[in-house]
Design a protein around this ligand. Structure first.
Ligand code: WTA
Length: 646
């Protein structure tokens, strides 16, 4: 092992490990040496209506490009998450719901109750005209009905597209139009940190430009006033009162679509990442069980939102497929006090907690007091995801909330990968603060340079995956060519992650962050192009360039260079107006931290904006801007530096 901090696997973890060090090495070797034999065995961890006989069939080459896993198998995801647990653990709690308001009552839903709720929801959808293959948009707060709705879609073979509750009407509309949704499921209002979110009102605005939408299902949550359009909108509780709690699961092919989830790329609008049924469920459930060392009866809390992939795989599908108790939290980690997250841990005796580095950094700032005033005795494992975790935050998580006894499981993955790809096994992998450590079974990684040359040993470059894995996305909804182009054309025959990565002498992987124009703000993934197009949609803006810059809490902040139309004058009022504009165009997560009015942007003679320079200026690193001689007008740079905001 090299000189940096290494935290060895504790003896008691090694002793009771599902996968210990030797077993990890052996299974990893098998998973790459004889992948079909490996996945033949592990593909059987879920229930198949008709077992698969073919394991994998894929190629990353243009000529015969395609990805299939377990292709002749037939299954149903909701049956795997519900029906198959009824006999052995029907009375176990499936979902614990912790409300935003700490004084409100939590809900506890057993597997038997969840089964009935999902069947009822499925029957309501059917009565509203939903059929197998339909795209159903879900725009709900973090309430159990979000899980009911997702599982109800899978029960009848409809494809769900969950849209994060923080997105604006425009963002909803774009996503609904892209996949031609015929049904939207929403709620009257959401609640976050004591504040109401006008979900139904947002849907009303969105639907004006979405002719495909025939029905809007409204879950009553806060009881707030909402407008209902006759013939189109109906209350879920009214419709559910009259339907049966019996709904047979639709038999689905392993490669039938399961869900679409829109995510940001380096160019254009967010793309609809499509996951299919069999491979995704195997991947989500296997990684959930092994990386979190899940054991029956334990309380597991993934503090993400179901609007993101983490919520799909690790609040809903992974844990429920494993018969786990999954905690769903409506609110925000630091409201009403910075102790809230730990109070929820104590209230529900949470054993496993999975959250994001940005949350840890914001809590760290409050000091140890709000943590140490709580017990946290139930905790035995802590996870993190979404962005690189700085060693300081990692060590704090380990030392203060975890009291040195909980392994930190840093999981690197992406919407596209379905579930975790690089992460330590808690009973097998010595930990290094800041490193996601080693690949999961079946994950074949390489680090390459800009030209695609494979770099060996301790090195740094771009991270690629050279073999398909069951949880891999299958296409971009409606644009298969874009799927190939985005991920497989940069490095021939390989999946390009978009992430930079260092590998140390011990073979540990350290993700260094995106190398493309995707930024990661508080663990929320965003394309700089999306923020730019929101800005230029404003009547006074001629041009905009957006870059990320390092931010102590958020990981990255949003820095926008804005050129105004001739005749428009920069002002603080206009700056606030533009910030507000972006929030309404995209949503609060895209709020620019800084807007610098710039009469010109640094462009090459062919008109390409040199973002490298803009990034450096945003970072405040103006001493070495590199070669600026290829710019059409190098003097632009001096003016940008001189007028750097803050
Ligand atoms: C980043 C979230 C470092 C990475 C599951 C990736 C991480 C992007 C980690 C995907 C991690 C995620 N360490 N970086 N543990 N986890 N990332 O699609 O840049 O929202 O490409 O999926 O987040 O974000 P997405």
């Amino acid at each position: 092992m090299s000189a940096e901090t290494v935290i060895p696997v504790p003896a008691e973890w090694a002793a009771r490990a599902k996968v210990d060090t030797a077993r990890y090495a052996e299974m990893y070797r098998q998973s790459l040496g004889a992948p079909d034999a490996f996945w033949l065995e592990h593909g059987r961890r879920i229930d198949w209506i008709k077992p698969f006989t073919k394991v994998s069939n894929w190629s990353f080459d243009e000529a015969d490009f395609g990805i299939k896993w377990f292709e002749d198998g037939v299954l149903n995801v909701s049956a795997n998450c519900l029906d198959r647990h009824l006999e052995s653990r029907g009375d176990d709690i499936a979902i614990i719901w912790e409300p935003d308001d700490p004084k409100a009552e939590p809900r506890r839903i057993s597997y038997r109750e969840l089964h009935a709720e999902v069947c009822r929801f499925a029957n309501v959808l059917k009565a509203a005209g939903a059929k197998k293959g339909d795209r159903i948009t879900i725009y709900l707060p973090m309430i159990p009905e979000a899980a009911f709705a997702m599982l109800a879609c899978t029960r009848i073979g409809a494809i769900h597209s969950v849209v994060f509750g923080g997105f604006s009407p425009d963002s909803i509309a774009g996503r609904v139009q892209d996949c031609d949704s015929n049904i939207i499921i929403t709620a009257d209002e959401g609640l976050r940190g004591g504040r109401k979110v006008a979900l139904k009102a947002n849907v009303d605005v969105a639907v004006e430009s979405c002719p495909s939408v025939k029905k809007v299902v409204v879950v009553r949550h806060t009881g707030g006033e909402v407008a209902m359009t006759a013939g189109r909108d109906f209350w879920y509780h009214e419709a559910a009162a009259g339907v049966s709690a019996d709904c047979p699961p639709e038999p689905m092919g392993a490669e039938d679509p399961l869900f679409i989830l829109y995510t940001s790329g380096s160019t254009g609008k967010p793309k609809g990442v499509l996951h299919t049924t069999g491979g995704y469920l195997v991947w989500a459930s296997l990684t959930h069980e092994l990386l979190f060392d899940y054991r029956r009866g334990e309380i597991y809390w993934c503090a993400a939102d179901v609007g993101w992939v983490t919520g799909h795989s690790y609040i809903v599908y992974g844990p429920l497929a494993n018969g786990a108790t999954t905690l769903m939290y409506e609110g925000v980690p630091n409201w009403p006090t910075p102790s809230r997250i730990w109070e929820v841990v104590d209230r529900h005796q949470v054993n496993i907690l999975y959250t994001a580095p940005t949350v840890l950094r914001s809590l760290m700032r409050e000091g140890d007091g709000p943590v140490t005033s709580t017990s946290r005795k139930s905790l035995r494992l802590l996870g993190t995801v979404g962005e690189p975790i700085n060693p300081e935050a990692w060590l704090w998580y380990h030392r203060v909330p975890g009291e040195g006894r909980c392994p930190i499981i840093d999981t690197w993955w992406q919407t596209e990968t379905g579930a975790a790809m690089i992460a330590p096994f808690p009973g097998a992998t010595d930990l290094k603060p800041g490193s996601a450590t080693k690949p999961f079974f079946g994950v074949a990684l390489e680090i390459v340079d800009a030209d695609g040359k494979v770099l060996e040993g301790a090195t740094e470059g771009n991270l690629v995956v050279t073999r398909s894995w069951p949880g891999q996305m299958r296409t971009v909804w409606g644009d298969h060519a874009r799927f190939f182009q985005t991920y497989f054309s940069t490095y021939k025959g390989k999946y390009f992650t978009g992430d930079g990565c260092r590998r140390d002498a011990d073979g540990y992987f350290w993700i260094t962050g995106r190398v493309d124009d995707v930024i990661n703000v508080s663990g929320h993934r965003m394309g700089t192009a999306e923020v730019e197009s929101a800005l230029v949609a404003h009547a006074k803006v001629a041009e905009a360039a957006v870059v990320g810059f390092p931010h102590d809490i958020k990981g990255q902040g949003i820095y926008a260079y804005v050129t105004l139309n001739a005749g428009e004058e920069p002002s603080d009022d206009l700056r606030s107006e533009l910030v507000k504009w972006v929030r309404t165009e995209i949503g609060p997560i895209a709020t620019p931290d800084t807007i610098q009015f710039s009469p010109g942007l640094p462009k090459t003679r062919s008109g390409k904006i040199m973002r490298r320079i803009l990034r450096k200026i945003a970072e405040g690193d103006t001493s070495n801007l590199g070669d600026t001689t290829t710019l059409a007008d190098p003097s632009v740079v001096d003016s940008l530096v001189a007028n750097r905001a803050r």
